[in-house]
Design a protein around this ligand. Sequence first.
Ligand code: SF4
Ligand code: SF4
Length: 175
Amino acid sequence: MATINVVNVAKKHTFSWYEKFYFYSIGKGLGITMKHFLKAAFLKGVVTVEYPEVKKQYSSRFRGMHSMKRDEQGRERCTACFCCMWICPANAIQIDASEVTPERQHLHPEDKYAKRFEIDLLRCIFCGLCEEACPKGAIYLDGGGEMAADNRQDLILTKERMMEKKGGAILGQRN
Ligand code: SF4
Ligand code: SF4
């Protein structure tokens, strides 16, 4: 029967005398830090920005906080059809629908509207399915990405916070 000889080819690393004292590694690390510090302090074109004074433009594909849209006549596009709520995999959307009364008819295109429309940002996974499922083009994830808060309530997006003002700007979101 043939025998196989296994040869251990892994070389043992031997440390030089200066590596054993760590000063070399510490100095090397400090050198890299200083290089980046000086570059950021004196050279133009570095990749960082002075946030929050300076803000970078989001990509058009960025999915941020939700906003709700109005139609050309300034009416709320949402007709409380529940498609977004049913498709949401995180169960983050809560809607209470209500019938449109005669005095509200100029505000809504159909006979039903969302009296309460809330999105829990602590549950939302920003998958964008609500935007895709909406048959009315009423909800978009184009509301920016700055959503830090120090209490849970600030992370519930209400309809009033999401609703587009007549003319385009979004109400209530922190910029
Ligand atoms: S983005 Fe996804 S997880 Fe968030 S509310 Fe819409 S469907 Fe739900
Ligand atoms: S946002 Fe769109 S999908 Fe959701 S309830 Fe309103 S109309 Fe329906």
